[in-house]
Structures are given as C-alpha cells and as structure tokens.
Design a protein around this ligand. Structure first.
Ligand SMILES: C[S@@+](CC[C@H](N)C(=O)[O-])C[C@H]1O[C@@H](n2cnc3c(N)ncnc32)[C@H](O)[C@@H]1O
Length: 251
C-alpha cells in the first residue's frame, strides 16, 4: 500500500487555525491504551460544539454512541445509516456482538443466539449492530426525535432527495472495506455544503496500527485511492494527531 502522507495537526493547532476556543486538555495514553469512546469522543465533541451543525450525517450507527456525541454537543438533527441486519465478516460471523448475562439489559427484539450454559449462566450472544440494537443509545437517552434512522447498505442509499448543500457535517464510520469507504466518502461529499466538515474514523498513519487493524487498513487504502479527489474538493485535510480522525473542510 502506498499511503498518502497525511497532513497533520494537533487539536490545539487545529483550534488556532480555525480560531476556535482552546480545546479541553486531552490525555495522551499512547496507542496501546487508546480508547475511542474516551479519546476520540473528546475530539468529536469539541468539533461538533465549535462547528455547530444543524444537519449532520453519520455512516454507521451501531448502537448510537457517535450519534449521541453530536446530538449532545449541538442542536443538530442527525441522519444515520446502518445495515438493518448487521455486518458479517468474510467468514459469515458477526462483526459486532457481545454476550449478555442479564437479558433485561438488552433491547426488546434483539437478534440473539444461545450456545448453551456455563458457570456464568446462559451463553447468549446478541448481535449489537442489528435490529433493535441499532441506535438504542440515542433512544434510551430520549433523543430519537432528533434522528432520522436509515436502514440500508450505504452503497444502496439514494441521495437524490438531498440537495448538494444539505448537510453541515458528515462522519464516515460505517463499513471499513475500501469499496464501502470510497462509496460513503463520495456520497458524503455530494451532499455536504461548502464549508462543511467531513470526518473519517479509523484513520491512523502509524505503520504498527495499520498492520494490526483491518479497519484502519481498509480506510487507509480507500484514502489512497480517493486522495486526489479529496484534495480537489477540500480546502483543508488534516489527520488530528493523536487520534483516529481525519478532518476535511469542503471547498
Ligand atoms: C464502527 S461501527 C459504527 C460506530 C458508530 N459510528 C459510533 O461512533 O458509535 C460501524 C457500523 O457500520 C455498519 N455498517 C457496516 N457496513 C455497512 C454498510 N455497507 N452500510 C451501512 N452500514 C454498515 C455496521 O453494522 C456497524 O454498525
């Protein structure tokens, strides 16, 4: 893979460049202890608080954690897409699932499989990116009135109902194969207004991280193919160091 050399800014440098208030002090735990739901979340909240989108688009809802970061940081309505039945790996196994010991904690209608019993109780696994798990966090937080949930393979999403300046910001964080990331990125840019913010998750130029994460490999490979068109369409493109986030501003 011949990766683009990503232009890089720290969050503080980004704040100065955009003349935003100083960002919160972020911990830098190193890649081994990096926790997206803490460390990338802090950055995403800061970006949404300062960009203040009114209409935000998110590829890949999962349980709605990222959607809530936006909903809780500004007044936006969020459009978000997810495969209705969840993502499968190449071998057919679930891409997202977890064991549930307390059935009452799971949303009604969840897709589950039971593999018998062990000392901890029933070995019940729930598919966390399918059916009622999709977006459950924003629903449980009573934020569903600000969400338009779209259930489809994002490659089949019809954008013709949206004007070219419809969205103020987009997060590309759905499927991680190069084909899906390329499709999602092109669709995102086709409905993002000039001056709008486009974000990609699972971006990191560190060779050790690329070698260890198929998600990062897929996104980096997509960026390699897309880079000339991204440079044409964006006035700024920066990997935020350290993070798993690439940021662009549409021309
Ligand atoms: C990394 S998770 C999303 C995390 C979420 N953005 C967040 O911040 O909480 C990726 C999600 O994309 C979904 N997905 C994968 N391929 C997809 C596709 N082709 N179309 C729509 N959704 C897809 C998966 O089912 C999964 O829920």
């Amino acid at each position: 893979m011949s990766l683009p050399t990503l232009p890089t800014l720290s969050l503080s440098e980004l704040a100065r460049r955009f003349q935003w208030p100083a960002p919160p002090v972020a911990r830098n735990p190193g890649w081994a202890a990096w926790n997206t739901e803490v460390d990338d979340a802090l950055i995403l909240r800061y970006l949404y608080q300062n960009h203040q989108p009114r209409r935000h688009l998110e590829f890949g809802t999962w349980q709605g954690f990222g959607t809530c970061l936006c909903l809780e940081s500004c007044a936006a309505t969020v459009w978000t897409l997810n495969l209705p039945d969840g993502e499968a790996k190449a071998d057919g196994s679930w891409a997202y699932g977890h064991r549930v010991t307390d059935e009452s904690s799971a949303p009604a209608g969840a897709v589950s499989v039971n593999f018998g019993q062990d000392e901890a109780g029933p070995r019940t696994y729930h598919r966390t990116d399918a059916a009622s798990y999709i977006g459950r966090i924003y629903r449980e937080k009573q934020l569903g009135h600000r969400v338009c949930q779209v259930y489809c393979d994002s490659r089949a999403w019809d954008t013709s109902a949206y004007t070219a300046d419809f969205f103020d910001s987009v997060l590309v964080d759905g499927g991680h194969s190069p084909e899906v990331v390329i499709s999602d990125s092109r669709k995102a840019l086709s409905v993002l207004r000039p001056g709008g913010l486009i974000l990609w998750h699972d971006v990191c130029p560190d060779p050790a991280i690329i070698a260890s994460s198929t998600a990062v490999q897929g996104v980096m490979s997509a960026l390699e193919s897309l880079w000339p068109e991204l440079e044409r369409q964006c006035s700024a493109l920066f990997w935020i160091d350290p993070s798993y986030i690439l940021l662009g501003i549409k021309k």
